[in-house]
Design a protein around this ligand. Sequence first.
Ligand code: GCW
Length: 833
Amino acid sequence: MKCALTFVCITAMFLPVKLTAETGHDAWLRYAYINDTVAREGYADLPAVVVGFANSPVIVSAREELIRGFRGMLGRTLRAASTLPNEPAIVLATISDLRAALPGAPRIAPLAEDGFQIIRTGRELIVTGTNDRGVLYGVFALLRAIELQWSESELNIREEPYAPVRWVNEWDNLDGTIERGYGGRSIFFENDNVRADLGPVRDYARLLASLGINGCAINNVNANPRVVSAEFLPQLARIAEIFRAWGIRLAVSVDFSSPQRIGGLDTFDPLDSRVATWWKTKVGEIYRAVPDLGGFVVKADSEGRLGPSAYKRTHADAANVIARALAPHHGLIFYRGFVYDHHMDWRNLKNDRARAAYDNFIKLDGTFADNVLVQIKHGPIDFQVREPASPLFGALEKTNEAIELQITQEYFGQARQVVFLIPMWKEALDFDLHAHGAGTPVKALAAGKTFNRPSGGFVGVSNVGLDANWFGNDMSQANLYGFGRLAWNPNLTSEQIIDEWTRLTFSQGPEVVKTINSVQLSSWRTFENYTGPLGLQTLTDIVGNHFGVAVEASERNGWGQWHRADEQGVGMDRTVATGTGYIGQYRPPVAKMYESLTECPDELLLFMHHVPYTHVLHSGKTVIQQIYDAHYDGAAAAARYVKEWESLNGRVDEPRYLAILAHLQYQAGAAELWRDAVNTWFLRTSGIPDRTGRAGSFPGRHEAEAMKLTGYSVVDVKPWEAASGSKAASCTAPPCAARMRYDGTAGWYDLYVRYFDQNDGVSRYRLLVGSQLIDEWTAADRFPTRRIDSSSSTRRIAAGVALRPGDEIRIEGVPDGPETAALDYIEIHQATK
Ligand code: GCW
């Protein structure tokens, strides 16, 4: 029924819709009721019965999902049947079952494993696939299409996955913590056992299956060997059973020294026959408990993990001994290419961690068993804000590969900031490495297409936790969604992916879609601008929590994330001519581009070259000016996100609206902190002023250390750029107060208080003008530090305060435990509202 333009209709269009509060737990599978009557009625002709041929757990999941989706989106409960009824039906069947059950059904052209086809015949709606999984994927595609309001005729969909391997890894520890996880504790483990309640695992498996993800390694690559001990296997079997119903194969990370640590042998030498026998027996035992185990992930000789080097054996020796044990069971081993020396001499200008993966693996090409995949991080270092694609993808011709992408935002604000990673991954996936002439993008190499490999694909490090919304930030869910969509079809664009995600996760409302898409799509560039432009890498505390800013944390240590910024210049010289030779690991057309100062793209300049600050970029700006400007641009964009999000008040359900608003407000403050820290560092180090005069000048700012302090003492903050003026006021002898006299003109002002919220107490703050209490708050956020530094630095804005010359502005701090209600500064700005 079309809505004629009557008074009732017009009023109805503008009446605020009461939005149901949401937790984010259903992510993009909310199946929100389609309010648009016309769109909903478009599906009125769809059959009312769903028939699932075969009673396999996957087909049952598919049928139940369809019922759930229809009920939610269309308000109709489909009848479930196991044989064809006397009326039109939605038929769920594999291609072979379909032939038997519905001989008149159209012929389906051959499809790759896990592929599916949806066919609307005059009577039936058929969802078929090469296997049960394909049928399930078809159901999810159908439901997605309905939620996106495709027309009924568009429901004829045929898809095949780009690659056979579409896995996620979880870095969960058996004690329930998660390495680099920001969404709460493990959904799998607790107190060294598998959790009693696996409800969240079921919900997670459903999310993964909706994207076509078909494998999940559930424990940290820094593996506890106990995960494959005899007493643990029945526990793994419980998780495998849940995964099975969603077409997901369970996998585990194993410790390479297991034969010694849990096997009772005195060795784990991969060439020792006792070790080979141990792996065979152990693998047999595991497959008895989990017959469809996907396989193992192995991190060896990396960041302190034991590996084949202990016996002077190669990575191929190591991978193959386990591969031979897995092969009879069709198990795969993902051997991580993340192997490097973290004790490198930083003074040697020829040393280079970026070289490590290639140098370690190239000589082994062709020696790995067919069920080994070398799992390679997308860039040569470690998920930095900007890296080139790893040259190893283009170098291995006779080895299976998988690309490792990091969904969890370890180096991207740890779910406290919005960073949509898909545009970054797309750049890597689409980058042509010229491995076999032109036309060999990373995605084709990783999927095994270029060199016709038996296996290959995509691995995403996801690290979801028990938080209702999985990641600690609803916006971060877009990265898991995007990973899964790209693993299925890397030819999708970032724009397509975010548009689907926003509509499914929030709403079809044009303002919502436009605003969220634009924030997400620009967020990587924004984050790069204030955390590491020009290929500098992320200027974070790389030896600590990877969260706050610490420009020199990368230098003068063995970890090899050097940017070599000093008084004269900045950047790593990785050229063949004068540098580490890393660029020589690329095939000639790519190497030629990176080697040349004039051809190297600006955004990777400092990753490839060491240049003076006055070097002029393609944009016509000098390097130093670009550093300054990028930081101002990034901080301005982050501030805009808050305003843009505020325009959605009332258009997004309140709990998610408020939670995301709080993250964006934090992010805007963090971007400002990074801007000031990095720019001050470069200003001081280079001695070259910002030609716009912004860097180093902070209008309206009053340092806490310059205020009249009682109970507070002034402390040095380290690294020096982490606090404004390098100092903070820390409350050591309460009661504590910091006072200043306002001497500006009378008017309305916003007061920005920058303070430190350590994670070992809940301090309280009060902001007063004269004797009037303006604002009070507690420092109860979760930041990864106990120290007064850039990781604990955050800000509170008291907006719209009337100030008169002579007013006293006072902040009172009440410390709690070791947390000292510390203060950095107050800034007074003209009110914006
Ligand atoms: O990025 C680094 C992380 C480590 C991680 C390692 C890896 C699991 O900081 O926490 O260890 O990479 O990928 O193995």
